[in-house]
Ligand binder design. Structure first.
Ligand code: SF4
Ligand code: SF4
Length: 164
């Protein structure tokens, strides 16, 4: 079953959360997402990296932008760039030999959200399973733990500012 793009919760204007799908997810740090994805870095992500000493040519692959859905514009697109990869492989350049992220404290928004994504709806935000989800550790309709979706979305809200 393709679960990409599946909405799991709405975040209302007043900050309340409506759970749409019961899921269980706990990151196993398998690093597949760092090894197999093209990671988009927005201009804001790149500025954050540069503020932390990463040169622009270390941060991104090429200067040609791609367009990705904006989390703050309904059906809108924003410019992003592909995060730098190691030579000759698809793996992110910031993944160290022990499988840890070298830029964890200022990694791009896409990495902070993965395997989820946020999109804007008229008067609320919607949390979805990432459109290109390759993560094998999301379980759907988990009978015994129906609060995990709520916990995931609450954690995302506490680490992200979805207003910028
Ligand atoms: S988000 Fe999924 S694919 Fe990425 S490290 Fe965690 S478990 Fe692995
Ligand atoms: S920046 Fe960090 S979290 Fe993001 S893909 Fe690279 S190693 Fe993984």
């Amino acid at each position: 079953m393709d679960i990409s793009n599946t909405p799991i919760a709405n975040i209302n204007k007043d900050g309340t959360i409506d759970v749409l799908l019961d899921i269980y997810f706990e990151c196993t740090f398998c690093t597949d997402c760092c090894k197999l994805n093209n990671i988009p870095a927005t201009e804001q992500d790149i500025l954050n990296m540069m503020d932390n000493g990463i040169e622009i040519d270390q941060a991104i692959e090429v200067l040609s932008p791609i367009l990705i859905p904006s989390k703050n514009l309904e059906n809108g697109l924003i410019k992003a760039y592909i995060l730098r990869k190691k030579p000759f492989v698809k793996e992110c350049a910031f993944l160290d030999e022990k499988g840890r992220c070298k830029v964890h404290e200022f990694k791009p928004l896409a990495c902070q959200l993965y395997p989820f994504s946020i999109r804007k709806r008229n008067s609320f935000y919607q949390v979805i399973i990432h459109p290109d989800c390759i993560c094998n550790f999301i379980e759907i309709n988990v009978e015994e733990d129906k609060t995990n979706t709520l916990q995931i979305v609450s954690d995302l809200m506490s680490t992200l500012s979805i207003d910028d």
